[in-house]
Design a protein around this ligand. Structure first.
Ligand SMILES: *[C@@H]1O[C@H](CO)[C@@H](O)[C@H](O)[C@H]1NC(C)=O
Ligand SMILES: *[C@@H]1O[C@H](CO)[C@@H](O)[C@H](O)[C@H]1NC(C)=O
Ligand SMILES: *[C@@H]1O[C@H](CO)[C@@H](O)[C@H](O)[C@H]1NC(C)=O
Ligand SMILES: *[C@@H]1O[C@H](CO)[C@@H](O)[C@H](O)[C@H]1NC(C)=O
Ligand SMILES: *[C@@H]1O[C@H](CO)[C@@H](O)[C@H](O)[C@H]1NC(C)=O
Ligand SMILES: *[C@@H]1O[C@H](CO)[C@@H](O)[C@H](O)[C@H]1NC(C)=O
Ligand SMILES: *[C@@H]1O[C@H](CO)[C@@H](O)[C@H](O)[C@H]1NC(C)=O
Ligand SMILES: *[C@@H]1O[C@H](CO)[C@@H](O)[C@H](O)[C@H]1NC(C)=O
Length: 618
């Protein structure tokens, strides 16, 4: 399978494999080594490629300089070591938000003349704000909220003509607000400080809430609307006209920005994917165009439509997803899969679905059902995205790859044979996961696409099922892929009509695959097509049972009995007549019973990384 790196968006702008200038690399290492942090970073001093490999580091197009550093929630604490980050003189984006950084605003940041986006919110910075903001001519977003900054707001901020967002909320700033009448300023938040005096007239366009929690006199009249009114009024004035118009206007603006943003996002996904598929990674943005990064950040307040499920503590949005570095995982039954690495180092799998057979409402309904299944043996659906042209699902990523990759992947010297123990656990976990799917939501849900490439190993090395419930909402695949066909129960001619008994059949094929090490459909050296189920039947009928098993398993002592028992379970699952197959809950008991000493019951201990993320406030 071809594997190459791309980004869901930023790769077009930033090169992928180029070698970063040594000085920047050394500055980064000095920064990391001298700055205590609680989560480890994958910054390997020996690796020659820093760009797109070191967490949070992004390079310029030619790979010669570091232009973005994003390290939110890494658990940094103490003062930023002097003369480290400041040596990254080409830096444009710096995010150290949600850490425990203390000390004053680093004065050597004055060297970062190209700084454009600065995110330092949710830290413990104290002392005064830098006096001279005008050195950072390109600053467009400043977020210093939720710190302990003291002193007054420097009037030099008004020299930042590109500034579009300024957030200084939740600090201890005092004094009067300077006249920040910059044309481009669209977002402002000065709430919860200790500011006094009057609000300058140039800032009356902002809602009063952004000044709340201060000792300010808001002298503007009550009917002043913080948004410029349109020249025509589509709605006749009602009793509470002012309010209604404001709301309607806001809704329109939100809707328009959502549409614009969505369109833009889709354009970039498609552009990026097409480009990468066609000519690899060497594409460039035309000179003079706005960088995607900047364009996106300008629209960052627009609603995106990445829908998350409850209890999801992932700290990312569509914007983060699009600019994450990514690689192609492969082409699945329903479309391409990508691995995206987010700025905080978490990886997710993004699936791009083609050809749904249902409309938006049914899609959302199905996603709602699937997303509500929380089980340690079911790969959790984290989020989904639906628009006319693009349907995405976002799931957890499993670094070791699927059971299919482990069983049939590497050949030759690199090959790591799957132990019997691992295969047993994979089977038990997968069985528990499928049983949960079958019993959830009134016993109506069907997986429909069980195969070894959809089974992963969870943190306790038990099987974990992914790709749930997609088969029923996708269009019938015109020419079914041979491999998928090998798992299909004989009575199923249309994948959309999968049933729970057909899932049991597919699980039986999976067990046979684990026992024999053979693909469900494979060709012999004589070009003969072998169907695993038929082959096993023929061998077992002639009583060569021993020959069925994977030679890689023969070296383990005392497992023959367990293997034979597993084989019997598999054979009962692949019974020709659907009614004769056991129910999945029964299969779980049978598979668990293979090992006499037993396996621990299903339980859901908290994932360590989830706790860590919470603790660091990501
Ligand atoms: C880097 O390389 C040196 C020498 O080649 C080796 O001693 C060191 O352990 C390596 N460091 C890492 C983190 O791999
Ligand atoms: C700042 O960015 C511009 C282009 O955006 C580049 O030409 C210039 O070299 C950068 N400055 C530094 C110090 O890297
Ligand atoms: C700011 O941005 C402009 C255009 O992106 C670039 O030409 C310039 O070099 C940047 N840096 C400074 C310090 O103005
Ligand atoms: C804005 O910049 C100019 C030129 O650099 C400087 O003279 C002026 O004092 C600055 N204004 C503020 C309010 O700092
Ligand atoms: C700044 O950070 C706060 C707190 O995380 C967030 O609510 C706000 O949207 C951010 N503002 C900007 C302009 O990034
Ligand atoms: C400021 O703090 C309050 C209370 O903790 C919180 O509700 C508000 O969202 C914060 N504002 C920003 C911009 O983060
Ligand atoms: C706010 O400012 C007033 C007057 O400058 C001062 O007396 C008060 O202690 C300040 N409050 C806080 C919470 O800093
Ligand atoms: C608020 O400001 C007024 C005058 O600007 C001052 O008299 C008053 O003491 C201030 N209140 C607080 C709580 O700081």
């Amino acid at each position: 399978m071809e594997i190459f790196k791309l980004c869901l968006m930023g790769l077009l702008w930033f090169g992928a494999n180029a070698i970063v200038v040594e000085d920047d690399k050394r500055a980064l290492l000095d920064f990391m080594n001298n700055f205590p942090h609680s989560r480890s970073l994958n910054w390997d001093s020996n690796s020659s490629t820093v760009c797109n490999q070191w967490t949070g580091v992004t390079c310029s197009e030619d790979g010669s300089r570091v232009v973005a550093l994003r390290l939110p929630g890494v658990g940094f604490h103490g003062d930023i070591p002097a003369n480290t980050i400041s040596r990254l003189s080409a830096l444009q984006i710096l995010s150290l938000r949600s850490n425990g950084i203390s000390g004053t605003f680093p004065s050597d940041f004055y060297n970062l003349k190209n700084l454009s986006l600065l995110y330092l919110q949710f830290n413990q910075f104290s002392g005064e704000l830098p006096l001279d903001f005008s050195v950072w001519k390109n600053l467009t977003i400043i977020n210093l909220s939720n710190n302990k900054f003291k002193g007054s707001i420097p009037s030099s901020i008004s020299n930042l003509t590109h500034l579009s967002a300024l957030n200084l909320a939740n600090n201890s700033l005092i004094g009067e607000i300077p006249d920040l009448g910059m044309q481009n300023l669209q977002v402002l938040d000065l709430s919860n400080n200790n500011l006094s005096g009057v609000v300058p007239k140039s800032l009356h366009k902002f809602p009063k809430s952004v000044f709340s929690g201060n000792n300010l006199s808001l002298i503007y009249s009550t009917d002043e609307v913080p948004i410029v009114m349109p020249t025509h009024k589509p709605n006749p004035p009602s009793k509470n006209g002012g309010k209604l118009n404001e709301k309607a206007l806001l809704a329109i603006i939100v809707a328009i920005s959502a549409v614009v943003f969505t369109g833009f996002a889709i354009f970039w996904i498609i552009y990026c994917l097409k480009k990468t598929n066609r000519d690899g990674i060497s594409s460039k943005l035309e000179k003079g165009n706005m960088s995607p990064e900047k364009a996106i950040s300008r629209t960052q307040d627009a609603n995106n439509r990445l829908v998350f499920f409850e209890g999801c503590n992932y700290a990312f949005d569509l914007e983060d997803l699009l600019r994450a570095s990514a690689e192609v995982l492969g082409k699945g039954t329903f479309g391409m899969s990508y691995k995206a690495i987010l700025e905080d180092g978490t990886s997710v799998v993004v699936k791009r679905l083609k050809e749904l057979s249902v409309g938006k409402r049914e899609f959302e309904q199905q996603m709602g059902i699937v997303g509500s299944i929380k089980h340690e043996n079911v790969v959790e659906l984290r989020a989904y995205y639906y628009s006319k042209d693009e349907k995405l699902t976002v799931c957890e990523y499993y670094g070791e790859g699927s059971i299919a990759a482990m069983l049939h992947g590497k050949r030759g010297e690199d090959r790591v044979p799957l132990t019997w123990e691992t295969r047993l656990r994979a089977a038990i976990g997968a069985a528990r996961g499928i049983a949960r799917i079958h019993t959830d939501s009134g016993g109506k849900l069907v997986h429909g696409n069980i195969k070894s490439s959809n089974i992963f190993l969870n943190s306790q090395n038990y099987g974990c099922v992914s790709d749930i419930g997609l088969s029923t909402i996708m269009s019938q695949i015109a020419a079914p892929i041979a491999r998928a066909a090998g798992y299909r129960a004989p009575e199923i001619t249309d994948t959309r009509k999968a049933t729970q008994p057909s899932d049991v059949y597919s699980f039986g094929v999976l067990l046979l695959e684990l026992l024999t090490g053979k693909s469900p459909v494979h060709t012999t050296s004589g070009d003969e097509v072998i169907h695993l189920v038929r082959w096993v039947h023929s061998v077992v009928r002639e009583e060569w049972t021993g020959e069925v098993f994977d030679v890689e398993l023969l070296k383990y002592p005392n497992i023959e009995e367990e293997m034979v028992e597993m084989l019997q379970i598999a054979m009962s699952c692949v019974a020709r007549v659907a009614d004769q197959r056991p129910k999945m809950v029964e299969v779980v008991k049978m598979v668990e019973g293979v090992r006499r000493t037993g396996f621990p019951e299903s339980s859901t201990p908290p994932r360590p990384e989830a706790l860590e993320m919470e603790a660091s406030g990501v």
